[in-house]
Design a protein around this ligand. Structure first.
Ligand SMILES: [Zn+2]
Ligand SMILES: [Zn+2]
Length: 387
């Protein structure tokens, strides 16, 4: 064959899209308002897809090496940004002035001719980027070498970059698992409030000073959970996670449950209810059980009414497309001994009622009842006899 380009895997070895630059995709590296992200070979990429060149005469470190179906790959680290990109090695060439490699952006980036470049190899872990004029000098040399040798084996590439295990091999998988664990340990988190980076161990944000810890428990004075507020970017999800995002409503230290189950004397009296029902039998039964405390309570409630109130926290969730909105709520349920019988059905005091409101709604009610509407709380129950 008299052309400089040798076929390789069904296409020309040297791409038409070759120049002196090592291109690295622009990745999402920190807090961002961006909603749409694109994943390519495990990288979260900025949208729209953007490539940025590494400066000429720069060292590029290699973080990993492996093969996919016999094709050697290198994972490169952008020297300024620290972002990652996968390149496959198409050719290695040793000359009198050093070692060079023809590298190509990993498949899947675009459907155009793959981007290629020639880099210098300083050692098995370090590449060197060329100036345009250096590149122009090396390219004919590379073509000549490809023509002369016709093939570049995996063994030759491994002689330059070291052993490249298959990405499906147990060896490579084990390395992957180790890397994953390491990433999990050092997972980057950010402040819930100002979104600047911080460490999980910090109780306060060093940037804005906001506390990250859960409020103290009234029972034991320690935080009710060890979880802390954080802004997190995961591979497949990101969000603002408050200390209570997986809290079960109990203090982790002393077990106190933040819910109330109250019984208070209020509401319509039970007197007439008792007349018609088996009140005496109920009292006799309690007497047999020795529950004098309950008898006292039941008799007292005859005249003062009886209400049971449950108060508990919860969360209301609204999901639209891939956006999840969580609102903390407080739910109150009231069960009463006797309902109103003179109001329109459902109004006045009912046997059972419940209300679910947000914290802000509850606060507004509390503010009103302690403020301008306080007088409403100062009224008395009253009675009359019309016989
Ligand atoms: Zn902050
Ligand atoms: Zn506690």
């Amino acid at each position: 064959m008299d052309t400089n380009d040798q076929p390789s895997g069904g296409r020309e070895l040297i791409s038409k899209n070759i120049d002196h630059t090592v291109l690295v995709p622009l990745q999402i590296s920190g807090p961002s308002a961006q909603r749409v992200v694109i994943e390519w070979r495990g990288l979260m990429l900025a949208s729209p897809l953007t490539l940025e060149p590494v400066a000429p005469s720069a060292r590029i470190l290699i973080s990993r090496r492996w093969t996919e179906r016999g094709v050697p790959f290198l994972k490169l680290i952008h020297p300024a940004r620290g972002t990652l990109v996968d390149y496959c090695v198409r050719w290695v060439m040793r000359s009198s002035v050093g070692c060079f490699a023809l590298i190509e952006m990993a498949p899947g980036w675009s459907d155009k001719e793959p981007h290629q470049t020639i880099v210098g190899v300083l050692d098995r872990d370090t590449l060197w980027t060329f100036l345009p004029e250096e590149f122009s000098q090396i390219l004919p040399e590379l073509r000549a070498d490809i023509n002369r040798r016709g093939e570049c084996s995996l063994a030759e590439v491994e002689a330059v970059f070291g052993k490249m295990p298959d990405h499906l091999s147990p060896e490579f998988r084990a390395e992957d698992a180790r890397a994953f664990e390491e990433r999990e340990k050092t997972i980057e988190i950010f402040c819930f409030s100002c979104e600047k980076p911080l460490k999980e161990s910090y109780a306060f944000c060093p940037h804005c000073g906001v506390s990250r810890v859960a409020p103290p428990c009234p029972g034991c004075s320690r935080p009710v959970t060890d979880a802390r507020d954080r802004r997190v970017y995961y591979r497949d999800e990101n969000g603002f996670y408050p200390w209570h995002y997986s809290w079960d409503g109990r203090c982790v230290n002393c077990g106190f449950e933040f819910a109330a189950n109250l019984q208070i004397s209020t509401g319509h009296k039970l007197f007439f209810e008792a007349l018609g029902g088996g009140f005496q039998q109920e009292l006799d039964e309690l007497k047999r059980q020795g529950r004098d405390d309950l008898i006292k309570e039941r008799v007292q409630n005859l005249y003062s009414g009886d209400s049971r109130i449950e108060i508990r926290g919860g969360e209301s969730v609204y999901m639209a497309f891939d956006d999840w909105d969580y609102q903390p709520i407080i739910e109150v349920r009231v069960k009463r001994g006797v309902a109103s019988n003179m109001n329109a059905p459902g109004s006045g005091l009912t046997k059972e009622s419940g209300i679910v409101m947000t914290l802000q709604e509850w606060q507004a009610v509390i503010d009103q009842l302690q403020g301008p509407l306080r007088v409403l709380m100062e009224r008395k129950n009253w009675s009359r006899d019309t016989t």
